[in-house]
Write a protein that binds this ligand. Structure first.
Ligand code: DC
Length: 222
């Protein structure tokens, strides 16, 4: 079967996951959140007390890691060596660990097939940082979603607060800026739009307007 892939890349907090989830529902695709894979490796590394910036030590852990992605009612569950860690990978600490381990080439290579296999089997809308450039360079549609750092921090702060995570706006903004720098400046698969990506800036758009924009981009191309 020939499958169709839609790639959505962009910095943290641009609204990729919310919009990709809505789009997947609308078009009947499977939403693949690839950040969750890096988060799961980050969680494992933290649990083992290994420095997430130490390339060799993190690479040495990889043979001990088995990650499965399961889908239940449209929700992606992350299974780490048999344990469901879906709800444990959403903390600020794991976010930073994910950003750090994602700069390690062995980690990226380790997660590549898992991502490509999903796109071989299903029609997917996949979000991440390098989906249009590295993971699925032949994706039918590529969208690069951005918003200003301050706006992304506002959205992320609201989301964390609503989930009961204690934090303050300044910390969230600093984390976002630091992750932007990490994700864009690393030498392997840095965050960067594919040459054929459609650029989508949502700073001035609320969720409904952003969704309308993405829906139009997809309808025009499929
Ligand atoms: O999308 P997210 O915030 O859950 O991603 C967590 C981290 O994982 C992010 O800081 C960078 C990294 N990541 C990546 O390098 N490549 C991807 N395709 C997805 C995420």
């Amino acid at each position: 079967m020939n499958t169709v892939a839609i790639a959505i890349d962009g910095p943290s907090g641009a609204g990729k996951s919310t919009l990709a989830r809505m789009t997947a529902k609308e078009f009947g695709y499977i939403y693949v959140d690839t950040g969750a894979l890096y988060r799961t490796v980050g969680l494992f590394t933290l649990r083992r007390g290994v420095d997430t910036k130490d390339r060799e030590s993190v690479a040495a852990l990889l043979p001990e890691i088995r990650i499965e992605m399961r889908y239940a009612g449209g929700v992606q569950r992350m299974i780490l060596n048999g344990e469901d860690v879906t709800d444990l990978i959403r903390t600020p600490e794991v976010s930073m660990a994910a950003s750090e381990v994602s700069a390690i080439p062995a980690v990226r290579a380790f997660l590549l097939d898992t991502q490509r296999d999903m796109a071989k089997k299903y029609n997917v809308i996949m979000d991440g940082r390098d989906i249009g450039t590295v993971v699925l360079p032949d994706a039918r549609i590529k969208i690069f979603l951005t918003a200003s750092a301050a706006e992304r921090a506002r959205r992320r702060f609201r989301e964390l607060r609503d989930r009961g995570v204690e934090t303050d706006f300044e910390t969230v903004l600093r984390d976002i800026e630091l992750r932007d720098r990490n994700d864009s400046s690393r030498d392997i698969a840095p965050l960067r739009p594919a040459p054929d990506a459609v650029m989508c800036d949502t700073t001035e758009h609320d969720l409904e307007a952003s969704f309308a924009l993405i829906r139009r981009i997809i309808r025009e191309r499929i």
